[in-house]
Design a protein around this ligand. Sequence first.
Ligand code: HEC
Ligand code: HEC
Ligand code: HEC
Length: 334
Amino acid sequence: MPSSRIHFIFFCQFLLALTSLNLSGAEGGRYIGAVNCSTSGCHGGAGDLSKQHTIWFRADRHSRAHSSLTTARSARMAESLKIENPATDSRCTSCHAPMLALPAARKTETLRPEEGVSCESCHGASENWVRSHTRTDYSRSQRISSGLRDLEDLYLRSNTCVACHQVIDQDLVAAGHPRLHFDQAGLSDREPRHWKEIWGQPQLWAVGQFAALRELSGHLAQKQSKQQKINPQEQADWESSLWLCQQILQTLPLENPSSLSSPAQATMELTRQSDQLTRLSSKKIWPKDWDLKLQEALQNIQSELKKTSRQDQLSQKLKLEKVERALQSLALTR
Ligand code: HEC
Ligand code: HEC
Ligand code: HEC
């Protein structure tokens, strides 16, 4: 399980004490595997209502996440990390094949952990809802209370995606793994989507930035408390993430926002504040003019940064990188 998930769960238990999100696999029904969703009458068809498995299987990189661990690139990474087999080592499978870590009691014999990041990785273990979720007399809330994760809820959705898309051990990056920076709007656009999107790009992006700050802050605060070394790249990632969230808060009139503190180092208090912001900013769909406000503000920040930025400073460079990526993602519409 990636460390980001560990501290997200830690936060839920420790501070929020209630959440229907269960990424730890510690409770709920068993995982039955994507094959059970794939018949043409269910999600393996061609029509709009039934093509989710077809899209995931044919076009979504998540269905190939495990086989990425058997490529030459993965072999090179593994060699420099002294990992014997990346396809079975939890340092890789925690994100690329999360089902491998499930205890026997949580699996049925139809589950194939090599299916990578599959339906149940995002929608939740389905044993307890797979039969009832097709019943027409079942309401959305009944489905959700039987364990189907409510991914329309942008807070729960952001938590699900960020768990694998932000915090990664720096020695993996040094060994050649792509750097991760959670850009929920960009990811959501690149994802071969098997759903109708109700959230706009700017909101997906901004909520994602608060979630990313929470993950980075929790990760670094934990490292500090264990007196582990924080490398300059991680520190700069966190600093630029905090800065960017502060820019969002200055731009948008969010109701009752918790204003972010500016500690020199990541703290648990900041982790709690950014969790609150993630929750608050995903409550309802934003008014249209906020989209424009955000875009304009980011454009101004970009030109200011270009004038003043000292490219030799890591965190300045990251700020500009972040703003440029944001502007690209915000401009995407479909
Ligand atoms: C269990 C971990 C996990 C979860 C949860 C997860 N992903 Fe991924 N995602 C991955 C991995 C691993 C890859 C790389 C797959 C490969 O090997 O090519 C990936 C790749 C992607 C890609 C293709 C790479 C890129 O940057 O364009 C997109 C898009 C993406 N994920 C979007 C999402 C979105 C949106 C969510 C939430 C709805 C999400 N992911 C949830 C693990 C996860
Ligand atoms: C924290 C979650 C996480 C962990 C742990 C992780 N990965 Fe990834 N990996 C990802 C995500 C997300 C992507 C997609 C990134 C992108 O495209 O920008 C990815 C992409 C990759 C890719 C590139 C796939 C492609 O076709 O471009 C390879 C190869 C890879 N990972 C191998 C590994 C190996 C080997 C390990 C273990 C040493 C590992 N990963 C551990 C999340 C993770
Ligand atoms: C990377 C995470 C991820 C994976 C993997 C994934 N889904 Fe989804 N799925 C989502 C998200 C996010 C939504 C949008 C939820 C919403 O707005 O209601 C969604 C929506 C859906 C919907 C509702 C469609 C709609 O238009 O409302 C169905 C049905 C569905 N998924 C089935 C599947 C099946 C079957 C699989 C496996 C073959 C799968 N999903 C794999 C993230 C994922």
